[in-house]
Design a protein around this ligand. Structure first.
Ligand SMILES: [Zn+2]
Length: 290
């Protein structure tokens, strides 16, 4: 045993550490919770940011994450409570030393919703509302820069250094929406984004995930319209079970679900027997040893 410990010690010391942090656990209401936003930390640096809802700018600063360390921002969809703080990050980035282009993943267009390129251009293009910041979209500029990368509704995969990113379209009423899977050093973290949970794409993407961050925005008694936008607790349980995820994080907590946590948990437990965690702002979950 002692010899084994000594042999394994170098791997133990240099093993990649990964943490999942909730920046915003709330929805679009007036609330003490920030709106949807998450970080994945790798070896003590925030490398992945998912969604940038209202309040995420302040929470990001509180988390001690730094924009220079980010490898990618992934937007699940362009509802306000998932994207509204983006301009704040862009302006603050301008005051940092970051020169590496920051990729921002987002959806294709549908109905009232622009694709990711149009979304960024309407903010920062020459005709945009923040045209004074147009240098961030200009490749020749010396200052802080971003780059939109479109992920359509098909299952897509890309590799960014050690980070493997899977994405697939999920049903969220009329809104083009994506779920994302991040695989780093043998760990897999999946974000459902907002979705009704209809279809099989999400289960496929989430297969064997260490953590599934699911949005618990409605109770089981929600009306038809809300069910076309969000998963019921039973639906979350079915998806977590079918995907065989090890831990389930319930986020996007809205006021209509407050006080119904036990009821929801029982409905989820009817299908899913694994670990359940209720998200709180700033909660940081270590996937591996610190
Ligand atoms: Zn939404």
């Amino acid at each position: 045993m002692k010899i084994l410990m000594i042999l394994l010690l170098p791997f133990y010391l240099y093993a990649t550490t990964i943490a999942l942090q909730i920046l915003g656990s709330g929805g679009p209401e007036f609330s003490m919770r920030a709106s949807s936003s998450y970080l994945i930390w790798v070896d003590g640096k925030a490398r992945v940011m998912v969604d940038m809802g209202g309040g995420s700018f302040l929470r990001f600063t509180q988390s001690k994450a730094e924009i220079k360390d980010l490898k990618v921002i992934a937007l699940t969809h362009l509802h306000i409570d998932h994207s509204a703080d983006l301009p704040l990050f862009m302006k603050a980035g301008f005051f940092t030393e970051r020169k590496e282009k920051l990729p921002i993943l987002g959806t294709s267009s549908k109905g009232d919703f622009p694709d990711i390129y149009t979304f960024l251009t309407r903010f920062f293009g020459a005709e945009g509302v923040y045209a004074y910041m147009q240098d961030i979209l200009t490749p020749k500029s010396e200052s802080f820069q971003i780059e939109g990368i479109l992920r359509d509704q098909k299952h897509r995969e890309m590799q960014l250094g050690v980070i493997k990113i899977g994405s697939v379209g999920v049903h969220h009423g009329p809104v083009p929406s994506l779920a994302y899977a991040f695989e780093i050093a043998g760990k897999k973290i999946v974000f459902t984004g907002d979705t009704s949970g209809d279809g099989h794409a999400l289960v496929e993407l989430a297969k064997g995930a260490d953590y599934l961050v699911a949005h618990h925005a409605i109770s089981q008694h929600a009306g038809k319209l809300a069910r076309q936008l969000h998963m019921t607790p039973a639906k979350i349980g079915q998806i977590a079970k079918a995907a065989g995820v090890k831990h389930l994080v319930l986020s996007h907590r809205m006021k209509r679900t407050y006080g119904k946590e036990n009821e929801s948990e029982a409905l989820i437990r009817a299908y899913y027997k694994g670990d359940i965690i209720w998200a709180e702002d700033m909660m940081k979950i270590q996937l591996t040893r610190e």
